[in-house]
Design a protein around this ligand. Structure first.
Ligand code: MLT
Length: 210
């Protein structure tokens, strides 16, 4: 099923055009307890000429929005992850036809739980993303069969002292994407789970080079 069934914000690309003429649309995916407004300023800063689509996760964990259910910190409901990854992909396709943007040019910018659902989209529904900026991602899915991610560009930005993301997860996730054929960068930042200016600098460089 394909419908606009997520609470969301959509900001069209500014007119007259700003920045590179081919600036593709950007999908913003917030972290646990966030909402559709959180990443809009960062999205606009990093992609001044792009349309921005920002859904709110439709799972509530004690009132905190997320993109999929978990049983505890780092213990995921994998059936729910698959179901909601597919629902989000269908939403992206529906939003593309409603608002008139090409999903095959879409860049995901996801933080924490938002980075994790972006990684799940790449693994289960790769047709809806061209690129991804994954801020503090971890391994959620370990599919038996990897998709073909050739042509996709992915950057993982991980904190060296992140108390939430086990230290082996970013290289394992990067390995999954590389084995699937994606072009992958993994950078370790001198920080924890919170974002820093270095995240924004790395994300800006990646997005400008895409
Ligand atoms: C998750 O549940 O997706 C990760 O643990 C990140 C987070 O704390 O949301």
């Amino acid at each position: 099923m394909s419908s606009l069934n997520y609470i969301h914000r959509y900001e069209p690309a500014p007119l007259p055009a700003v920045g590179p003429a081919k600036a593709g649309p950007v999908l913003l995916l917030h972290g646990t307890g966030g909402n559709e407004n959180d990443l809009l300023p960062i999205g606009r800063q990093l992609a001044p000429g792009s349309a921005l689509l920002s859904p709110r996760g439709d799972v509530s964990e004690h009132g905190m929005p997320r993109f999929f259910r978990r049983f505890g910190e780092g213990i995921f409901d994998l059936d729910d992850v698959a179901r909601r990854t597919n629902a989000l992909a269908d939403f992206i396709i529906a939003a593309g036809s409603r608002y008139g943007f090409a999903t095959n040019q879409l860049t995901a910018l996801g933080y924490s739980n938002g980075a994790n659902i972006a990684a799940s989209l790449l693994l289960l529904r790769p047709e809806v993303l061209a690129r991804a900026v994954l801020l503090r991602p971890m391994v959620v899915l370990q599919p038996d069969q990897l998709p073909d991610l050739s042509g996709k560009q992915i950057i993982l930005l991980s904190g060296r002292s992140d108390p939430i993301v086990p230290v082996d997860h970013p290289p394992r996730l990067a390995g999954q994407f590389r084995r699937a054929g994606a072009r992958v960068e993994l950078h370790w930042l001198e920080t924890g789970h919170q974002l820093t200016d270095e995240d924004l600098a790395q994300a800006a460089r990646f997005m400008a080079s895409a």
